[in-house]
Design a protein around this ligand. Sequence first.
Ligand code: PLP
Length: 334
Amino acid sequence: MPNRPKGSLPAPLRTPLILLPTPCHRLNRASEELGIDLWIKRDDLTGFAFGGNKGRKLEYLMTEVLASGAKVVVTSGSADSNFVRQLGAACAVRGLVCHAAVMENPYPEGKPLFHAGHKAPKGNVALGRILDVQYHLIPDGDWSVLEAASSNLAAELSNLGQVYEVPLGGSSVAGAYSFYLAGQELSSQLGDVDFVVTASSSGSTQTGLAMYFQGSQTRVVGISADPEPEIVDDLSDLSGQLAELVDRPPLRPDQFNFHLSYVGPGYGVPSDAGNLAIEWLSRREGIFLDPIYSGKAFSGLLDLVGRREVSGRIVFWHTGGLPALFSSGFAGTA
Ligand SMILES: *Cc1c(COP(=O)(O)O)cnc(C)c1O
């Protein structure tokens, strides 16, 4: 059982959705080959809607949704969003209607390598459709365009009744809090470790973990799936909000170990290094990663281990995302 936080605000309540704790186990062949002590935290195995890190966040976000009394939930994301899929499942469990404003490619400078459009849904879109998520496809733009579309959609739907708007990627204090508890969960499974390496994007995963492990010997390394350097300021802001809940000091941007160099061509676009990392791990451990987040994060881990910037006992946090493997078109190099 998690300790209750000692901060000035009451502890958020959990709405159970996923199977906790997720497994944590050693990667023996990979460890031997890399000369490290490598473990993996299996948030791909939450037992909920194809798994992934959004399940943890949703356990606390749904508490807020349910408390509001709203029957309609609105969010936004890329068309192939893992969050929209898992939110759709959480809404199904509670008999709520889920709407999502989505765009195919929120990184228009990048070259989209796959199309998650309405004609031939694949990956997360196919699963979201099965769950009856109401997708509203808007033209490509940046994240702020997407967030504006979400607000507009919420305003339109509010004519029909009360609407709850969930932030992009489920990144809110509630989401970050769930990963603060996840840090505690890992500690109780494995004790002290040297590094935790995770994919990072909208920030609550890395922020929650970094807040939990601050002041310990464990360093949390975030590998960004998004090329924007300002993200680290968002992580810091989020840590400020979480600080009030858990009674630990907030983290400044420079206190986050945050890497932008493994994004490749852009957000939502698979990278060659990421695809090779997916292949590398699957061929040694029989474990799949995804092309948008965890594959790129594992490519970062391999590189940082090669540079000896990361060593000793390392935990790779598998954040899930597997349905995107089926929309990326990657089918191995040889
Ligand atoms: C959303 C997501 C992430 C990033 O988590 P954030 O908390 O948004 O930073 C990483 N991996 C996968 C598979 C995801 O779906």
